[in-house]
Ligand binder design. Sequence first.
Ligand code: MG
Length: 456
Amino acid sequence: MRRLFGTSGIRGVVNEDLTPELFLDMGLTLATQLGNSGIVVVGKDPRTSSEMLESALISGLISGGCDVIRLGVVPTPVVGFAVRSLGASAGAMITASHNPPEYNGLKFWDSKGMAYSPALEEEVEELYFRRRTKPVAWDEIGKVEEVDVLPRYLEEITRSVSLKKGYTVVLDCGNGAGAIVTPHLLRRLGCKVITINSQLDGHFPGRGLEPTPENLQELCGVIRSVGADIGLAHDGDADRIAAVDERGRVAEPDKLLALMAAHQVRKKGDTVVTTVDASNVVDESVKAKGGKVVRTKVGDVNVASEVKKRGAIFGGEPSGAWIFPHVHLAPDGPLAAAKILELLSSTGKTLSELLDALPTYPTLRERIACPNEKKTSAMKKFEALATKEFRDVADVLTIDGIRLSLRDGGWLLVRPSGTEPYIRITAEGRTPKRAEEMLNSAVGILKKIIEHKARS
Ligand code: MG
């Protein structure tokens, strides 16, 4: 079957792949899936196209008999929160997260405030492609109401975090949706907040929306010049967090994740969920506190469903999408920002002290060209050959690509790209030399497999 949804909802370039017609259809399709009744909450990020797409989506929803609660511009996690808090049947967020301004997208939420599972997305696709959508009669058309859910959201997040003191924070929202929540949240928690790039602007003039070290250089500079305690940053829809320490260094995402995961462990056996691409520093930090780590496929939906299934205390990806299930099951950037401050407060340490106490494991990445139709068989052959080539394999995980854990503490992940004709390799070693050896071996095996196929 043809697909609409990728790893994080529907994404595309506005008025090319992503048209008002598609959003009208998606509204009617979602309403049909919900049985032509119920309430759907709708949020959007500040992109120039969001209002156009929101109008089309809402038309579709009410023509299908659903009532709509319009939240306006909100971070993505607020939609997940609002579904549960307002007792809605589903939610829809119009956003393209960290993509450039010409993009937009759509992400659905279920009645539990969790992002749509692949199974629910397939139901939507089935209804859409088979044209099984159903509008209602004139007297059953839904109603639209506007609700400001932010006071309720801020109240709940504030309640779930406690700080012993206020910090001086420099906050970079990248002109995205986080700007209407996180500055207020951190001030409520008693912090002094200096904002940069924190006025909503769908042209995103401030910086690239992905909170990478390259995009956070301005933030690093401001921290140094004002002598702040910490810097925090979101992606465009604020479901992710990045941090910069008081010395102006961007925190390595895996180390930041390891700190938070370990901090959430309260008692022996507490479970933390992370993805196959996260560093072993996460496992070590969590185990040192008596907790255990369960790994899932890459993608926040996978993390959320595993957290729910295992009753985990925390779930997080190195991308900075973190889930605190005692509050809700949506990756939540503003909540993550507050939790990082709580971590500083409860340990009494600076972020640089906490980060520098963790070991650094060198990680190398490479991608090998491989046509899409050959990926499956190449991966099968790789598994067979690699388990022979690497003699000290302690564990093999095949939930998302192939992850080999080696006895010396290193690991290797080989994953076909979901969207591009590549197979990606990640190698983490205890030393740079070991990481390089592992990467070279894997590259050698893969090249042999792919080139052999090309000839045969
Ligand atoms: Mg995002």
